[in-house]
Design a binder for this molecule. Structure first.
Ligand code: NAD
Length: 356
């Protein structure tokens, strides 16, 4: 095993990583269990081809830690966990189904130590296949074996979090007339764009698939920008809803926005980028708080809440959490990332003290 691989495990403060190799497909499976202070480790399953195995393990442990923060930030009764299926090449058909069934049986063998849902590279059909072998998949109706799309719930959480940020910066939650640039128009970005357009926001849309951006802009009345111009385009809000690490020492000096509020995971290349944004007077809403709507809806569904309207109403609590964090950050003159981490640490510490 490579030194880099060993160092990753040595330096990690999580509970542990359960590892399995799937010989028929050559897939490495990593289930990273970060923390169970608030409940059983729960997080998505990512299916991806990685350039090297250490990158897959890095993804699993970083994302598992992010899930601990996400659940704690919302005060929900789950711990942080994440699974990565590092496939050697894109898999489909029977080969993919076989892997997913074996993975489902593997999760089942953990007897509830890890609950999962869809993440990058895992479709709704994939999750139904996994669920055919275990009871630990969130977002699945086990009676009908149908899955729920988390995108609209996540988009709603982003929208209310974005409005909390507008209130902080401009003194009003109203999106009417605000210019909002959305990068990435998939499961989250598209419903977010529709909801903002409905309420009179000026949209600027960007997607690697430029045609997708053009079609949506025509439909909703916005304009498009190409990927290279995203960071320097003037706007009130930049909403990263595509990939991670778009906020980094190269892009931050170019930014011409007042607020950053979007769904992408791991938006900062490194934690110091939050301070760089703070110094520039740009309000960054921590990703793991604002993008938690889908996870929240799934956990509420698992507890028996099925009414869509009520689920959306509960996801609206993401806006209150964002608002509290932004106020705490303003009062302490820190970046919202510091305030969010303080909140998470406080919640975890209180629970650990209560358990002692
Ligand atoms: P998706 O795959 O449905 O859509 C992503 C979109 O981004 C696609 O249209 C793709 O063409 C575009 N894209 C990819 N790279 C790009 C780039 N460099 N520049 C511009 N566009 C690019 O994904 P999604 O479900 O909408 O999720 C978007 C982000 O939000 C991801 O980072 C995901 O991890 C995160 N997230 C999603 C959810 C959810 O409920 N789906 C929940 C939490 C976090």
């Amino acid at each position: 095993m490579g030194q880099e691989f060993l160092s990753l495990i040595e330096s990690w403060d999580g509970n542990g990583v359960v590892t399995r190799f799937d010989p028929p497909t050559g897939t490495w499976i990593f289930v990273a269990l970060h923390d169970n202070t608030l409940g059983q480790p729960t997080g998505g399953t990512r299916i991806k081809v990685y350039p090297e195995l250490s990158a897959a393990l890095t993804d699993a442990i970083r994302l598992a830690e992010g899930m601990t923060y996400k659940w704690a930030g919302l005060g929900m009764g789950f711990g942080g966990g994440k699974a990565v299926l590092a496939i050697p090449e894109p898999l489909d058909g029977d080969v993919r189904q076989g892997l997913l069934r074996r993975y489902g049986a593997f999760i089942n063998s953990l007897s509830g130590a890890f609950n999962t849902g869809a993440d990058l590279g895992a479709s709704a059909d994939d999750m139904a296949t996994i669920a055919s072998r275990c009871r630990y998949v969130l977002g699945i109706d086990y009676d009908t074996m149908t899955s729920t799309d988390p995108g609209p719930f996540t988009a709603h959480g982003v929208r209310v979090g974005l409005q909390a940020a507008l209130a902080q910066v401009f003194g009003s939650r109203d999106v009417t007339g605000r210019t909002i640039l959305i990068q990435g128009l998939g499961g989250v970005g598209a419903p977010l764009a529709k909801s903002l357009a409905r309420d009179g926001a000026h949209l600027i849309l960007s997607d690697l698939d430029h045609r997708r951006a053009e079609v949506l802009a025509q439909q909703l009345g916005g304009r498009t920008v190409d990927s290279a111009s995203v960071y320097s385009t003037p706007c009130d809000v930049y909403a990263p809803c595509a990939v991670g690490a778009t906020l980094n020492p190269q892009t931050i000096p170019q930014l011409a926005c007042r607020v950053i509020a979007g769904s992408a995971n791991n938006q900062l290349l490194e934690a110091e980028d939050a301070e760089r944004l703070h110094q520039r007077g740009i309000l960054y809403v921590p990703d793991y708080i604002i993008n938690s709507g889908g996870a929240m809806a799934f956990s509420l569904q698992r507890d028996g809440l099925t009414d869509q309207g009520e689920l959306m109403r509960r996801v609206g609590e993401v806006g209150s959490a964002v608002s509290e964090i932004l106020k705490e950050a303003a009062a302490a003159h820190t970046s919202p990332l510091v305030a969010a981490k303080d909140r998470v640490d406080r919640i975890l510490r209180q629970r650990r003290e209560a358990a002692d």
